[in-house]
Design a protein around this ligand. Structure first.
Ligand code: SF4
Length: 113
């Protein structure tokens, strides 16, 4: 009888330990991500709050979140409006909606000075 109880306890202990190992294995990446070890990618293409005309304006000027033009992006454009907080989407004088600092559109204009 005593022996049988020991086996049960032992199995239970093994299962419990196995569960803890599995929990630690699957939780570790989530915990690391929560610690900011992985940099979150900035995306500035949510146009859900814009009117159809404002969306068309972005399309007409071919706005993209990532410039393919050498040495031309929103950050060095004279029409870019920096965000209130670093790491957030900025704005633009001629286009409505969120603007990525590394974005680009055909309205690009060099900064004065
Ligand atoms: S005009 Fe175009 S390139 Fe310049 S900040 Fe606005 S979206 Fe970016």
């Amino acid at each position: 009888m005593e022996d049988s109880n020991r086996k049960t306890f032992s199995r239970r202990a093994v299962l419990k330990r196995g569960g803890l190992v599995a929990l630690a294995t699957f939780s570790a990446p989530a915990l690391l991500a929560g610690c900011g070890s992985k940099k979150k990618t900035l995306v500035c293409n949510d146009t859900s709050g814009l009117s159809d005309g404002e969306k068309q304006g972005r399309e007409a000027l071919k706005y993209v979140d990532k410039s393919t033009m050498p040495n031309k992006n929103c950050l060095n454009c004279g029409l870019y409006k920096a965000p209130a907080k670093a790491g957030e989407c900025g704005g633009c004088t001629i286009l409505k909606g969120p603007i990525h600092p590394e974005g680009y559109c055909t309205g690009w204009s060099p900064k004065a000075g």
